[in-house]
Write a protein of this length. Structure first.
Length: 370
């Protein structure tokens, strides 16, 4: 299997399977001299780890990260700092229950990658999906923590990246108002207190019935400087879309107004500008999501991605065996009734990695910093 890496100058390679002994990643391109500890990374992994409440999978993984290489500490550095060499991170898997998947060994789960994996590679790790499992995204979150350190080091004032759910199933938050201060006060990363209660009732019903639902996640990056991205094949929004689309279960990505722009007139869609006392002009709106012609404009970068319902549900569904015999399958084990909940920190991490990659590309091409 190829294509286990993403990024160019900030490049991340992940490895490991859902029910293997461990998962890990190697990060190339981190500049030297950046303070980095395991605690810096663990903070973000704790936001994603399973088993935190009844609305996510009850798999009990502490997701404790270890830094194996790429940092150094002595009396001159004053603490662990990056050396510029590859940073290797590892997380041990401690709560596998492979027997939960024995009944689907020879059955393809509708909505999963079982059939396509077997056709392509001739072998399928049926224990939790193996390499295709969302367990892999823990290492993306770890890499994203390192990417944030790069952004904070190289951009004055740093970049603030935050995410939230704006839709669960058919229930969506209307308008653009977000109360970011309450996203940590509920299990759904919801920026609307009333909608969080609606979602809780809705998801509790689905959870008890053994079903699932999809979600839409919004990621906002503030403090992104003007100039990241290239106008043809290195568009910032294209790389963001690709990174977010690579997350498990994601079926759609939009930047700024996204698909809603198709319903707007030219006057409504144009982000008009006025002179300001700052170095950059003042924009009167942000339909473009902070990216014009593939290049960041200095406004907030705004992206949303849609996550499909978890395919692992208790309701029997029609399928076939690997021998081509009609049958049914219901998936037992521990699964998220709405996988979009734990996708929030993953989305933040992928945005951080793309921004760090484009920042290093920009510095390499233009020279100097911001």
């Amino acid at each position: 299997m190829s294509h286990n890496s993403f990024g160019h100058m900030f490049r991340v390679t992940t490895w490991g399977e859902s029910h293997g002994p461990a998962i890990g990643c190697v990060i190339d391109g981190t500049p030297a001299g950046i303070a980095l500890t395991e605690t810096d990374i663990q903070t973000y992994l704790d936001q994603r780890k399973p088993g935190q409440n009844k609305f996510v999978t009850q798999r009990r993984e502490p997701d404790t990260v270890k830094i194996l290489s790429g940092v150094f500490e002595d009396d001159e550095t004053g603490g662990p700092v990056t050396t510029g060499t590859p940073i290797s991170l590892v997380i041990e898997n401690v709560d596998q229950r492979s027997k939960d998947y024995s009944e689907i060994r020879d059955r393809f789960r509708p909505g999963h990658a079982d059939y396509t994996y077997l056709q392509k590679y001739g072998v399928r790790d049926y224990r939790g999906g193996g390499r295709s499992s969302a367990r892999e995204t823990a290492m993306r979150v770890a890499a994203g923590a390192v990417a944030r350190k790069v952004l904070d080091k190289l951009i004055p004032g740093g970049v603030q990246i935050k995410g939230c759910l704006v839709q669960m199933g058919p229930h969506k938050i209307e308008g653009e108002a977000r109360d970011w201060s309450i996203t940590g006060d509920n299990p759904f990363w919801c920026p609307d207190a009333e909608m969080a209660q609606v979602w809780e009732t809705y998801l509790e019903g689905l959870r008890k019935s053994g079903s699932s639902c999809g979600a839409v996640i919004e990621i906002v990056a503030s403090g992104v400087p003007v100039g990241l991205g290239a106008p043809i094949y290195g568009k910032l929004d294209a790389d963001l879309a690709g990174a977010l689309m690579s997350i498990n279960a994601v079926k759609g990505v939009e930047i700024g107004a996204g698909f809603g722009a198709a319903a707007l007139t030219g006057e409504e869609n144009a982000d008009e500008m006025r002179a300001s006392n700052e170095d950059n002009p003042s924009f009167l709106s942000n339909k473009a999501g902070g990216i014009l012609g593939g290049i960041s404009s200095g406004q907030d970068v705004i992206a949303r991605f849609a996550v499909k319902p978890t395919s692992s549900i208790l309701t029997p569904r029609k399928t076939v065996t690997r021998d081509g015999v009609d049958t049914e399958v219901s998936t037992k084990g521990r699964h998220d009734p709405c996988v979009g909940i734990r996708a929030v920190p993953v989305g933040e991490a992928m945005v951080a990695c793309v921004l760090a990659d484009h920042l290093l590309r920009h510095i390499a091409q233009k020279g100097g910093g911001f």
